[in-house]
Design a protein around this ligand. Sequence first.
Ligand code: S3P
Length: 169
Amino acid sequence: MKKNIVLIGFMGCGKTSVGGKLSRALRLDFLDTDQLLEEEFGCTIREFFAQEGEEEFRRRETALVQRLSDTLKNTVLATGGGLPLKTQNAEFLKKTGMVFFLKASEETTVARLCGDTSRPLLAQGDLKENVHRLLQERMPLYEAAADYILETDGKSFYEIIREIENVLC
Ligand code: S3P
């Protein structure tokens, strides 16, 4: 087993919720790149996007994941939904640990994100159209960045965690 577990996937796929529960089940630490960045910025991601823009956010994500790839031990790491899309970031994640892609269908994703106001990329326009377009663009990149693709639709947290544990054994 590699020393860390990395969770990637689209917004709303459950990386943070699964990550927290998985870390407790495996007695590992838990970190979330969005939370780490918000601590570093001293404001929310939404505020950071508004003040500094997406390009600067992506630059800070890369700097963070590079640091983590050198230092992280015994940790479940949940990542922001756009983080694994850059090839360089995907390489840092693979270096960090075993990468699980939590895959959810478009319908499940839209249902989970309905009413959410924290994600700047979904703040404007029609949610269904935005999710459709972004998923089309991103799906091949998530799949390429993953060591294991885990279909989450219709599965409980318990089943998802069991599946990850089985892959690790
Ligand atoms: C983003 C996903 C968000 C956050 C930012 C950008 C994306 O994280 O990093 O709003 O590009 O998909 P979550 O996947 O945790 O929502």
